[in-house]
Each structure stands twice: as C-alpha cells, then as structure tokens.
Write a protein that binds this ligand. Sequence first.
Ligand SMILES: Nc1nc2c(ncn2[C@@H]2O[C@H](COP(=O)(O)OP(=O)(O)OP(=O)(O)O)[C@@H](O)[C@H]2O)c(=O)[nH]1
Ligand SMILES: [Mg+2]
Length: 193
Amino acid sequence: MAEEKGPTAPPGLKIVVVGPTQGGKTTVSNYIASDEAVDFEYPFEYNATVGVRILECERNLGGPATPVEVWDVGGSTDYEGCWPAIMHDAHGVVLVYNPEQEGQVSESGAWYEYFVQNNDLPDEACVVFAFAPNAQRGTRQRVSPKIEHLNVVNISLDDGSLVKTQFERFLKAAKARKDSGGGGGEAKGAEYK
Ligand SMILES: Nc1nc2c(ncn2[C@@H]2O[C@H](COP(=O)(O)OP(=O)(O)OP(=O)(O)O)[C@@H](O)[C@H]2O)c(=O)[nH]1
Ligand SMILES: [Mg+2]
C-alpha cells in the first residue's frame, strides 16, 4: 500500500523551452527529451507548436533517476495568457533562437527578460541554444547584448551530441539548486531545512 507522504517537493525537474517562433524549440526539445542517440532530423518539416507540449523523460544526474518534464512552448504570442501558468514551479529555462534571423536576435532578449528575470530565476537557471541549422562549425553567431552574459551555446544540425551534453550539465546544476532549496521552482523564496 502506498505510504502517505508529507508536503514535500515533487522529485522531478520542470524545464521550460522558450524563444521566438520557428527558432527551433521543438527541434531542440525532441532531441533533449529523447533517450536514443538520435540526431537532428533530415528532411525537416516545420509545424508550429500550439500552446505547449510536455515531454517526459528520466535522467541520471547522480542518485536515483530524476524525472524531467520538458515544456516545449509555442513561440506565438497568441498563447501569452498561458505563460504565467507555464512558468509556475519551473526550475530552468532553455532559450532557443536562430541567430541568422535578425528579428530573432533582438527578440531573444525580450524572452529572457520575461521568462527568467520576471520570474526571479537566477541567470544560471537559463541556457541559450543559438540554433543556426546549416552553419559551419566555429561560425561566430549574433547574440543580443541582453543575453550575452548567459551560457550561449552555438549549435547547428551537426551538434546533436553537444546539445545533450550541455543540457545534462544544465540539469545537474538545476537539481543542485533545487536540492539546496534555492533558485526557482517550488523552492523559490522558501527556506528548506
Ligand atoms: N530539425 C531540423 N530543423 C531545421 C532544418 N532546417 C531548418 N530547421 C530549423 O528549425 C526551425 C523550426 O523548427 P521548430 O523546432 O519547429 O521551431 P519552434 O521554435 O518550435 O517553432 P514554434 O513552435 O512555432 O514556436 C526552422 O525554422 C529552421 O530554422 C532541418 O533540416 N532539420
Ligand atoms: Mg515548436
């Protein structure tokens, strides 16, 4: 029989993937939530995400496997009304934009302000993937001055494994923050002893 539990924090991590429309959020989300050593897809068909999709996976971050929810948010501002609910209890934000699209470079700053700063998340709770699908490795990509102090990782379609490594490192840090009772999620502003 299930043991009755006290009001403890849920065991998992909630990660919200945001950024301008067609920046590559769904592409990156599918990749980071997959358990297979898949690579980014060829050929590619774009379908706008309506509202939000939630992908569930488990990751070994030390100790028992950690359940991870990846919330892939549609980039259209039509769903803006849902954003506060989407951000509720989030432990981290993955910001994805296409650095070869001028509009997306400046928009990425606004996404950071809304989803990270306005939610009182620390900058460490945000990783940025600048996704230029067909860029040559080593190409210097454009970054908005508002987010250049963050961990900005340049990726192309050849960089699937780099995304996985960076995401795992990001999750480990998010788990450490959560376990120590700080930096977002249900632990925000609370003191756990
Ligand atoms: N996986 C993949 N992505 C590509 C390819 N070619 C282009 N892309 C990029 O992927 C982008 C859109 O993909 P999505 O991941 O669906 O974009 P999104 O950010 O989820 O878009 P919304 O859901 O509308 O907010 C395209 O606009 C291209 O920049 C390709 O061959 N494979
Ligand atoms: Mg999408």
